[in-house]
Design a protein around this ligand. Structure first.
Ligand code: NI
Ligand code: MN
Length: 228
């Protein structure tokens, strides 16, 4: 049994069967819906979809303190090296690699590419989604920030738990997220990237009703957990 913790927005923790701790898109201290401090989070691996501030807010301090291996795109880990964070593994869209927790493949995400680091420096990243297959066999898809993509049909039959943005405005909204569920046919859907700020306020229960029988929608509160 693995456990997913949704910290609000796109930030997730996964604890695997053997106690390995993964953090995806660390955004704790400036996350308005998260009351967990990045100082209180442990990580063996940090997975990052792209370089926007609402996905890497606490990445540098968390990577420094924990010494976790940071896995992200080549562009993002190259930027991290300029902050003297070198325990990294760079990948690119369509590529997969094996890690002690299982296998990670980077999937396409259609989203903005320009980011700003803590020193005001600009750097580009290629936004990605994450298809994680844990050693225990559980298959989790974190879509990152993305529009609806017909490419998501390629994930059909390969995902147990899908974390899909529903916030609209910066990512797909609830209607397109329902279409993503039709494309992917996951067992469980966890909506993410909504209700963090007013422009992405959504009614997650209405989304759940729209998905209907297509999948089991687990609407978590920030800090909420799901065993899978
Ligand atoms: Ni973004
Ligand atoms: Mn975002």
């Amino acid at each position: 049994m693995a456990t997913l913790t949704w910290y609000g927005h796109s930030t997730c923790g996964i604890e695997t069967d053997d106690g390995t701790k993964l953090i995806i898109d660390p955004f704790f201290d400036d996350n308005p819906v998260c009351d967990v401090s990045a100082d209180d989070v442990e990580a063996d691996f940090i997975l990052v979809t792209h370089g926007h501030g609402d996905h890497i807010g606490d990445l540098i301090p968390l990577a420094r303190r924990t010494g976790a291996l940071v896995i992200s795109t080549h562009e993002l880990v190259s930027w991290l090296a300029t902050h003297d964070i070198d325990n990294t593994h760079g990948m690119s869209i369509g590529g997969g690699s094996s890690f002690p927790f299982g296998r990670l493949k980077m999937t396409p995400a259609l989203h903005g590419t320009l980011n700003e680091g803590p020193g005001g420096e600009k750097f580009p990243t290629m936004p990605a989604g994450l298809l994680v297959t844990l050693n225990g066999g559980q298959r989790l898809y974190h879509a990152g920030d993305t529009a609806l993509l017909t490419d998501m049909q390629l994930l059909r039959g390969r995902v147990d738990v899908a974390l899909l943005p529903i916030g609209d405005n910066y990512t797909m909204g609830p209607d397109d997220a329902v279409r993503a569920v039709e494309f992917i046919e996951p067992e469980v859907v966890v909506p993410i990237h909504f209700d963090t700020w007013p422009p992405i306020a959504q009614d997650a229960q209405a989304f759940k009703a729209s998905v209907g029988e297509r999948a089991r929608v687990e609407v978590l509160e920030p800090g909420g957990r799901l065993d899978f």
